[in-house]
Structures are given as C-alpha cells and as structure tokens.
Design a protein around this ligand. Structure first.
Ligand code: FES
Ligand SMILES: [Fe+2]
Length: 339
C-alpha cells in the first residue's frame, strides 16, 4: 500500500503579476492588539497577530498548519497561540509547543510550525516587514511623526478601493471644496502649490483660495508630508493628523487615522473630536468618490493636471520599487516566508 502523504497546504494567494514594494507596513494600532489574537488581511495575505508572554507582538500566517483553521478564532494562553479547532499551540517563533491529542511526549514535525513574519512595534503601531532584507530598512515615518504615546486617538477603516487610488485621495488638496461640504466656500483655485521630494519623503503644501483672493493668506492652507509607501503627516492648527495607509489586497485598502494633540488634560479630547469629525464629515465623502472610480487602478488611464503632481511623484516611486521587488532574485524563494 502506498504510504499516505499529507497534502501540502496551499500558500495564501499572492497574485503572481503583483508585488508590493519591500518596506514596513503599519497593519494595526498597538492598542488594538491585546489579549486575543487579531486577524487581518494585508498585502494579499490573511495574517494573525498576537502577543507573546513578554508582550512582544508577533505576526504570523492565519492558517493553522494542522488543518487550516483560522488562528484568529483561537486564544492566547501564556503567550502561545492556541488553535480553536484541536487546541494545537504555537510559540512566538512559530514552533509548535503542544499537540494535545498526541499527549505530552509527542514531537511534532518541523512542518507543524507557523510562518511568522518580520514584526516591529513603534509609533503606536504594529508593523509588518515585507521583503528579504526588510530588517535593514527604516520604518517609514517622517521626522515629525508623533510617537503615539500621548494625546492620540486613532480610528481604523477599510475601503473597497485599490491602494494607489487611496494614496492619491490622501495626497489631494484640490478636491476639498467639491467633495467635502464643510469646505465648500474655501475657494477652488490651488495656488500657490509646492511639491518637493527628498529621498522617499514627498512634501507638499498649497492654499485653496478664491480666484481673486490673496495668495499669502485666507482660504485653506494645507501642508503635508508623505513617507513612502503610506505614512502621511499633516499639521492642522495644533492637531497633528497621521494617516497610515496599507494595502489589504489588490482591490482594498486599510487606513488608520490618528489625531494627536499634546496639551495636558484636554489634548486627548481635542484629538477625539477631530477623529469623530473626520469620520463623520470627511472620510465618507472620500470613500464614496474612491469607490465610485472602480476596483482597478491604472495611472496611465488618468489625465492628470499640475495640481495632481504630488502623487505623480508617489507613482514614480511606487513603479520603480514595485519593479525592483518583482526583479528581486530572492522574491520567489522568500514568498513562502515573506509577506
Ligand atoms: S486545525 Fe488547528 S489544531 Fe487542527
Ligand atoms: Fe478628502
């Protein structure tokens, strides 16, 4: 009789024609990862995050290596992720700590281990490292990104819109008087508008004014910085908005908006009010516009104007890094371990 073989578990789907630039990606606020495991889909993969006994965050493949159950439905016991289906337990390094049905002396095969991914925790977020040498890459934050420890309130959203389109939406100033009712009167002319790139940081600022209004005051002035791939920082009269934008997969995007105001006592309340206003008055309009543009994105099909040039720089960066990732000799080898 032929020896029975265990079917190899299918790897989570990563569309072969697509690759995400090698970088660190913010996948969830630290505050959202507590005692339970948390399942998320990012960069086209289903992932589970949990905390080891020492509190360190771990990101792993969400499929149990035993028979594929979603580990996000399990529990964390003494820092070990426990599958809800048959109770197999996994340590923070991915190794299997226990197989209850086989008893205490059982030694599981090395295949009975979780794929874990490079993980960091900083600036109030859990970051997923993508790429063969990702540990050598810096976290994509600007020099003025708040560390998230004081006066910060965060909200998470997932939109049915592709990543580059959502980035465009976040870097777009001239849509405000049309797309957002509270800004209907600020003026529609974006002038002056300045864009600059230093390394992978794109800085841009502009004033929306009436056609005959002054260029140096009034209207709506905005100044932002984006560090590639998706961390955007904007300072708005005492409040700092940090947006962390990460692909869910080819057609969906994760966004976390964090407002920070560091005044003692009332800072957090101000930040909370800013988040609530953003969620009620701004983001639904943006989501509707972006979703209305469809699930596919091809920059070459768009007809850009000079006021769009901040995100044209982003597209250039994305294209060159996506090509580099696709060309990487370590890509195919690393796909099973690297997200
Ligand atoms: S599927 Fe996870 S322990 Fe069986
Ligand atoms: Fe907007």
């Amino acid at each position: 009789m032929p020896k029975p073989t265990l079917a190899r578990r299918a790897l989570p789907v990563v569309r072969s024609e697509e690759e995400y630039p090698f970088a660190w990606y913010a996948i969830m606020p630290s505050s959202a990862l507590r005692r339970r495991p948390r399942g998320v889909r990012r960069l086209g993969r289903d992932l589970v995050a949990f905390r080891r006994a020492d509190g360190a965050a771990v990101i792993a493949d969400a499929r149990c290596p035993h028979r594929g159950a979603d580990l996000a439905a399990g529990r964390v016991v003494n820092g070990e992720l426990t599958c809800r289906y048959h109770g197999f337990r996994f340590r923070g390094d991915g190794s299997c700590a226990a197989v209850p049905c086989e008893g205490e002396g059982y030694r599981p095969s090395s295949r009975m281990s979780l794929s874990t991914f490079p993980t960091r925790e900083a600036y109030g977020f859990v970051w997923l490292g993508h790429g063969p040498d990702v540990e050598s890459l810096p976290l994509p934050v600007t020099d003025d990104t708040p560390d998230g420890t004081r006066g910060s309130v965060v909200a998470e959203l997932t939109w049915d819109a592709p990543y580059p389109r959502v980035i465009e939406g976040q870097m777009d100033i001239h849509h405000f008087p049309f797309a957002h009712r509270p800004f209907a009167r600020v003026g529609t002319r974006l002038d002056p508008f300045e864009v600059d790139q230093e390394g992978d940081v794109i800085s841009f600022s502009g004033r929306l004014r009436k056609e005959d209004g002054p260029r140096d005051r009034g209207g709506l002035f905005m100044s932002m910085k984006l560090r590639f791939p998706g961390t955007l920082v904007a300072k708005l009269s005492g409040v700092v908005l940090t947006a962390f934008v990460t692909p869910v997969d080819a057609t969906r995007t994760y966004l976390a908006f964090r407002y920070t105001h560091t005044w003692p006592l009332v800072g957090k309340l101000i930040a909370w009010l800013a988040v609530v206003s953003e969620l009620q008055l701004i983001q639904p309009d943006d989501e509707a516009m972006l979703v209305s543009a469809g699930p596919d994105f091809d920059a070459s099909e768009n007809c850009y104007v000079p006021s769009d040039r901040a995100f044209l720089l982003w597209h250039k960066e994305w294209r060159s890094r996506e090509r580099a990732a696709l060309r990487s000799p370590q890509r195919s080898r690393s796909q099973s371990r690297q997200v």
